[in-house]
Ligand binder design. Structure first.
Ligand code: UD1
Length: 346
């Protein structure tokens, strides 16, 4: 029998790409999503790509009884991948209670239900944001690097959620957990059937960049060229979304095939390479042939100067490695932007 995985936030950007990879790896998927930042059409897209329609339940993870209903309806869920969360750094500063309520309570509800419904493991979407600005001698950053005080309520929820899971397991909860600390996920499925769907004016680099290339935005602002980096712009570890999605499949197999050496473990998920904003723009122009209108402006408050991951642990223990280049990821992001135009969305 196929193993059944509950994917919360499964119609979102990372959730939808992960659902595709899970289905293609032979899992059954049940998506739970409140559609607060995504659309049910994504389920059609997943079906179009895989030929299989995942089960979909429009449920808010904050609603304990509705969530419990899902576990009663789909009785044999083996694992959970928990994406459903609020994720805009700026908004979290404006609405901290919304972020703490959504992100913490959703997780607590899931953790409470897992033992009762014999769910073996959970994968939690964490972020490299927990490292803050690593000290220069700690780059590329490993999982052992110190956790820095969070810069935003969003970042704080990631840190607290990691602690909640760890404390729950320490107290004897009969579950396993993997915390995946993502670097910067970009791009879209090669089919351009699903992709990133930003709400309003994008805060993140890639959607702003592709919208500028499309002429929707006048110009891209590069936030600072006076950082202590080779070209003065910030450095990040940009990982292709399909590679990131596959890391979840590897992590789920690690849990379900009893490969874990400790009941809660943490892995960086990135490429192991850093690229500056200016390098990224140059790569985009080269691989798409589109000239990008951009200007250098002042630094963005709260930005980290440079961070990229040491991903040896995931490479060795999960048997997973990012396969795609930055150019491939950026080409897919551009193809998706063109698809949005074709669909008359943007
Ligand atoms: C941040 C968080 C990350 C979180 C993500 C969610 C940190 C260190 N990282 O990522 O945990 O998951 O937000 O939104 O807090 N840039 C421009 N012009 C733009 C937009 C961005 O130059 O218009 C630059 C930024 O300065 C940065 C890079 O592009 O150097 C990437 O920015 P962004 O896509 O917003 O991601 P992070 O800030 O790295």
């Amino acid at each position: 029998m196929k193993r059944k995985i509950l994917v919360t936030g499964g119609t979102g950007f990372i959730g939808s790409h992960t659902t595709v990879e899970l289905i293609q790896a032979g899992y059954d998927v049940v998506i739970v999503d409140n559609l607060s930042n995504s659309s049910a059409d994504v389920v059609d897209g997943i079906e179009k790509i895989t030929g299989v329609r995942p089960a979909f339940e429009k449920v808010d993870c904050l609603d304990y009884s509705a969530l419990e209903h899902v576990f009663q309806k789909y009785t044999d869920i083996s694992g959970i991948i928990h994406f459903a969360a609020s994720k805009a750094v700026g908004e979290s500063v404006q609405k901290p209670l919304l972020y703490y309520r959504n992100n913490l309570n959703s997780l607590i509800n899931l953790l409470q239900l897992m033992p009762e419904y014999h769910v073996k493991g959970i994968i939690f979407s964490s972020s490299c944001t927990v490292y803050g600005q690593p000290d220069p001698e700690n780059l590329p950053v490993t999982e052992q690097a110190p956790i820095k005080k969070a810069e935003s309520p969003y970042g704080n929820t990631k840190q607290i959620c990691e602690e909640i899971i760890t404390d729950d397991i320490k107290s004897g909860a009969p579950i396993h957990a993997i915390l995946l600390r993502y670097f910067n996920p970009i791009g879209s499925h090669p089919s351009a059937i699903i992709g990133e769907m930003p709400n309003g004016v994008p805060a993140n680099l890639i959607p702003y960049l592709t919208q500028t290339a499309m002429g929707i935005r006048k110009e891209l602002s590069v936030f600072g060229n006076d950082y202590n980096t080779p070209d003065g712009s910030c450095i990040r570890d940009y990982i292709y979304i399909v590679d990131l999605a596959k890391a979840h499949v590897a992590a789920m197999a690690h849990i379900l095939d009893d490969k874990m050496t400790t009941p809660v473990d943490v892995f960086n998920i990135g490429t192991g390479k850093g690229n500056s904003v200016l390098e990224l723009i140059k790569t985009f122009e080269e691989c798409t042939g589109v000239k990008l209108n951009y200007k250098i402006v002042g630094r963005r408050a709260g930005d980290i100067e440079q961070v990229w991951g040491n991903v040896d642990k995931a490479n060795k223990e999960l048997g997973w490695k990012a396969q795609h280049t930055l150019a491939e990821a950026l080409s897919s992001a551009w193809k998706w932007q063109q698809e949005l135009r074709k669909r008359g969305i943007m």
